[in-house]
Design a protein around this ligand. Structure first.
Ligand SMILES: O=C(O)CCC(=O)C(=O)O
Ligand SMILES: [Fe+2]
Length: 347
């Protein structure tokens, strides 16, 4: 195992705290009051639900509005079989039910590692943890990475592999629709998107004895173009256009699509990379399987030239995935957002 940071010798994962049956959350998970989840105001709106079996102009318009205003929507009839989803969730559940020692074999805080098990430690340099454990692995092209994925449970690779491939197909379709909604060609950057990277994060949020004091994952935006998120119950929240937290309701069979930093940059700021977080709950474990799509590790990308003109000057610098990883490996994400370092003409 690699050297661990101060305090990590007494490392306990959220899952193992849950197994121990703790009745209060340890101090290191307690957030300052201003950052705790607050009871929701009545919500006037939630991200739209787009039926992908009904591809139409009005769908594309709905996507455009959602991407401009909140950077998030849900999709139904997305073409991924329920059996594929169920199997992916089954192996996720089995993985997090394994003895902690088994999970720890993959533990690493090095964000450059293609496969790693972790807790909030690496994302919270200020030592405020969050109530989540995860396994993260590079996933595309699958043949390059699958041999590094967890081998326990024994069907993890096969079941997760089916899900990963299905989401990769879906993301191609979603990218085409998003490009169309921006007025770009549907096949814009087709090669880069097919040859891009996919990282899968399987998140486990155990039931929490004091859900009002902590979070499952701290506010952040994803670095990639889009994220496709499967949740087993509600918990995901996004910042709406008035800067209020808006829950993303759990919809049976739906997948959540979130725009990441690369999409905000590519759209030259027309579309929003959505800031989101996950809350935890007192009674039941929650899983999310999060597929993060981006351009290849060293492929620089910037605003689409078609979206830059005199009225809309180029507003972001070019960047690549590796620069983002370098940024988060030496910065506390709570202290700054990578996207902000890319903005040109800052006010
Ligand atoms: O579990 C969730 O709802 C959010 C997870 C997330 O934002 C992430 O893994 O990047
Ligand atoms: Fe995220």
């Amino acid at each position: 195992m690699e050297p661990q940071r101060n305090g990590a010798s007494s490392f306990t994962s959220a899952v193992s705290l849950d197994q121990l049956g703790v009745s209060s959350v340890p101090h290191r998970y307690v957030l300052p009051p201003s950052q705790r989840p607050s009871p929701h105001l009545p919500v006037s709106t939630t991200p739209p639900i787009i039926d992908l079996s009904l591809l139409s102009r009005s769908n594309i318009n709905e996507i455009r509005i959602a991407c401009m205003e909140i950077g998030c929507f849900q999709v139904i009839n997305h073409g991924i079989d329920q059996s594929v989803i169920d199997e992916a969730l089954e192996v996720s559940t089995e993985f997090f039910n394994l003895p902690n020692d088994e999970q720890m074999r993959l533990f690493s805080e090095d964000v450059h590692k293609p496969v790693r098990y972790g807790t909030s430690l690496n994302q919270a340099r200020d030592e405020v943890y969050c109530w989540r454990d995860f396994i993260k692995h590079y996933s595309h092209p699958i043949s390059d990475w699958i041999h590094m994925w967890p081998s326990n449970p024994s069907n993890y690779r096969e079941s997760m592999g089916k899900y990963v491939k299905a989401v990769q197909i879906l993301q191609n379709q979603l990218m085409e629709m998003i490009f169309e909604s921006l007025g770009l060609d549907r096949s814009y950057l087709h090669e880069e998107i097919n040859g891009g990277s996919q990282t899968l994060a399987v998140n486990c949020y155990p039931a929490c004895p004091e859900p009002g004091l902590t979070l499952g994952i701290h506010p952040h935006s994803d670095y990639g173009s889009i994220t496709v998120l499967l949740q087993t119950r509600s918990g995901l929240e996004i910042k709406d256009k008035n800067n209020n937290w808006m829950p993303v309701p759990f919809v049976e069979g739906a997948l959540v699509v979130q725009l990441g930093d690369q999409m905000e940059v590519m759209s030259n700021g027309q579309y929003k990379s959505v800031i989101h977080r996950a809350t935890v709950n007192g009674d039941e474990k929650r899983f999310s399987i999060v597929s993060l799509h981006s351009f290849a590790m060293d492929r620089k990308m910037g605003p689409a030239l078609e979206l830059v003109d005199e009225q809309h000057p180029k507003s972001y610098k070019e960047f690549c995935f590796r620069e983002f990883l370098d940024f988060i490996s030496c910065n506390d994400i709570a202290k700054g957002r990578f996207l902000d370092t890319l903005k040109l003409n800052k006010p």
